[in-house]
Ligand binder design. Structure first.
Ligand code: NOJ
Length: 437
């Protein structure tokens, strides 16, 4: 057996809109996701999060399942519109009550709560003023973050500012200069939230961001392929890593954008704020890697290539645990061995329920084990990795792909809402119990 350090924490993660359901209950306000896949009368025309896993009503059962698995920590997000239905204004006590109950239930079960302040479900009212393109959203976000620190900061000691700001900034139809502006505002909001937390009476825990990172490899040894891989690394990874950990934007990417006349506005004081308010740890969501080949086309001169010899998940993401190891070692070397929390890692596969009612998801078992082993090896190599959160505790609403992709280590039957621990859940339970592989 190969063991994890005694202090290493095993957990699982979810996010509010993906699991909670109860979308119109107890004063919760709307997000853009609530309008998607619905006709003019509000009738669903496709998958929606109205019920999802109904975690809002079943949270006690879910906490018991976490306990059964032996989870030491649970990473979840708070729904902004349950606390502030319009993004700001009057606090909705029913929303507060739900998270208070959940936190109490977790603590009672001996499971440490870890909160993501914002995980993709921006209040519709803020979307309507331009979302993160409008700096006013930063003000409302800070007000919301402060409310969470006031309400829960004495019980919750681990905080994530944003989840995957790259996705929020770049997975849309805006022109790139606007996308860079959104990214910048997210970084400013993050730095402000770190500052706020550090000066808060309950701020004696830790706070960091969660970035979606994937190591980028050149397709061949050709130096041009290296350039392509480096550009995509700059676009996705370093654009957020460098500001949050070094306080600056990566110079090669800034000049690439300038060369193409792409500019975004940075207000006086923004970079000082980002520079002066470094987070305590880096959260990483890692699922796969990229392979890049040079092309004359496009801003980054890069074209993603697939690997004919690899296994792919049902998201069409290559399974490559080695790339997790490489990524972690890179981060250790480039960013002064910053504390790293693996905030998400997991896989979607087409599960089937066997006659015995169980889910023998051997692909997911392998994925989990190989990525945990990569993590363990990186720790052995001296990387300062303190936690691993499996994505996800439950099968859930995979955003634009709805319920078609199952990431859970626990199956959810969407007709009956029945939960079944999959073989991957049982494998994780054993790893946690033995603290090794
Ligand atoms: C990362 C996101 O944080 C989460 O919301 C999503 O479901 C998983 N990746 C899987 O795509």
């Amino acid at each position: 057996m190969k063991f994890f350090p005694k202090s290493f924490i095993f957990g699982a993660a979810t996010s509010a809109y993906q699991i909670e359901g109860a979308a119109a209950l107890d004063g919760r306000g709307q997000t853009a996701w609530d309008l998607r896949n619905k006709d003019e009368f509000g009738k669903p025309t496709g998958d929606v999060g109205d019920v999802a896993c109904d975690h809002y009503h079943l949270y006690k059962e879910d906490v018991q399942l976490m306990k059964t698995l032996g989870l030491q920590s649970y990473r979840f997000s708070v729904s902004w519109t349950r606390i502030y239905p319009n993004g700001y204004g009057k606090i909705n006590p029913k929303g507060v009550e739900f998270y208070q109950n959940l936190i109490n239930e977790l603590l009672l079960a001996g499971i440490e709560p870890a909160i993501t302040i914002w995980h993709g479900d921006l209040p519709l009212a803020l979307d309507q003023i331009g979302g993160w393109q409008n700096r006013e959203t930063i003000t409302h976000y800070l007000n919301y973050a402060k409310t969470l620190f006031d309400l829960f900061g004495h019980q919750v000691k681990l905080w994530f500012t944003h989840n995957e700001p790259w996705c929020a900034a770049f997975l849309n139809e805006y022109p790139i200069n606007q996308q860079l502006e959104i990214a910048h505002h997210l970084l400013v909001a993050h730095a402000q939230a770190v500052k706020l937390y550090k000066n808060h009476p309950n701020g004696n825990g830790k706070i960091g961001i969660v970035l979606n990172l994937g190591k980028q490899y050149p397709n061949t040894f050709d130096v041009k392929d290296y350039l392509a891989a480096r550009n995509i690394d700059g676009f996705i990874n370093r654009w957020f890593l460098d500001p949050t950990l070094k306080g600056v934007y990566p110079a090669d990417m800034v000049s690439l954008y300038q060369k193409h006349d792409i500019f975004f506005s940075v207000e006086a004081g923004d970079m000082e704020l980002i520079q002066e308010n470094k987070m305590d740890f880096l959260g990483i969501n890692m699922y796969s890697r990229g392979i890049q080949a040079y092309t004359e086309e496009g801003l980054f001169n890069a074209r993603g290539v697939s690997n004919p010899n690899a296994q792919y998940t049902s998201m069409d993401w290559e399974v490559c645990p080695r790339s997790l190891y490489d990524l972690l070692v890179d981060i250790k070397e480039t960013y002064n061995n910053v504390e790293v929390i693996i905030a998400e890692n997991g896989s979607a596969f087409e599960d089937t329920v066997s006659e015995d009612g169980l889910v023998h998801d051997i692909n997911r078992v392998d994925y989990l084990k190989s990525h945990l082993e990569a993590t363990r090896q990186a720790i052995e190599e001296g990387c300062n990795i303190t936690r691993y959160y499996a994505w996800s505790l439950l099968d859930n609403f995979e955003w634009g792909l709805g319920y078609s992709k199952r990431f859970g280590i626990i199956r959810v039957d969407y007709d009956t809402l029945k939960r079944t621990i999959k073989d991957s859940g049982l494998a994780y339970q054993k790893i946690i119990q033995e603290r090794g592989l």
